[in-house]
Design a protein around this ligand. Sequence first.
Ligand code: 1CP
Length: 362
Amino acid sequence: MNSSSSNPPSANPRHDSRFLKALRREPVDRTPIWLMRQAGRYLPEYRATRAKAGDFLTLAGTPELACEVTLQPIRRYGFDASILFSDILILPHEMGLGLHFVAGEGPKFHTPIRDLKQIHALPRPDPNEATGYVMDAVRMIRAELPEDTPLIGFAGSPWTVATYMIEGGSSKDFARAKRLLLQHPDDAERLIAHLADSTADYLVAQVEAGADALMVFDSWGGVLSPALFRRFSLAGMRRIVERVRAACPDTPIVLFAKGCGAHLEALADTGCQGLGVDWTTSLGEARRRVGDRVAIQGNLDPTVLLTRPDVIEAETKRVLADFGDGPGHIFNLGHGITPEVDPDHVDVLVDTVRRESAKSAT
Ligand code: 1CP
């Protein structure tokens, strides 16, 4: 039996953590902080474990190693939330597309979707079978983490995952993926719905294994026109939220849609509990538009971490002031931390958030 569904929420030792309180828009003693990609190449200890693993898929696919790199940033910075070390491309990999990494080019699929027939033949993996190693990692991380540190499970949005499946890897213009939406919208809808259902299964299994909150990354929602965003990207995320909420009503879901500041109201309408915001949207504006419905997570430009400590401090204060006083803010970057960041600069960021937000505790 898993604790998240069988026990009342108050029995969960993370229930009163700053992160989960902020997601419920309850007052906290200071603003919680964690960073997207907090386990990553900017940390020497990550590079050492990554070298030991040999390649990314072995690292993500070996629960002991995934657990170790998940815990590294928690040990070093004491972040207010931990995020499972895995990748949004693990699910399509286990659907049979064959993920691998080409040096200097990033992720690639051996068998991208190049024919409509492939969409209709995609399997719906049993998450505890096909991705049992991810669930083992979640259980192991949960057992190793400080009892009061929440663990975030995650997946990619159907649209964002579909771009990699169709393009075969990263893309500059997303031409193949957009052509599918425009020329074969019914098949594209079918692909999005299939990915949404498989992703919901996958996220529910992560909650059953011990995740306290969930995040859906729509890294490429911002490349779509408003009409295509609503029909494909937003619809896929709404379908995930509906399904996961039905199975795990107590588990909060954060949607991060990069470059989608224009769609905040529509994203809040999905029934999620939090919205990740990138640095192109003001947190004050986001709060005015949707802050009475959802918590807001963000949004320091990751590039700020490549500057001097005094600039990092000033820009961090600017983000806190932009949100303003009152509950419902989770500090984060507006996108993932980059490999070039000096780990000491993250201390400057974390110290500034803790010191400054405690002054105006709600
Ligand atoms: O060690 C390495 O060289 C591999 C780099 C790497 C890492 C550290 C990849 C390959 N994935 C990850 C981990 C990862 N990916 C996490 C771990 C948890 C944490 O945050 O600490 C998470 C949440 C992701 C999510 C992810 N993967 C996204 C969504 C978030 C975002 O950054 O926009 C995306 C788009 C991916 C695809 C992917 N996987 C890896 C890379 C380098 C990429 C990006 C490729 C691209 O830019 O198109």
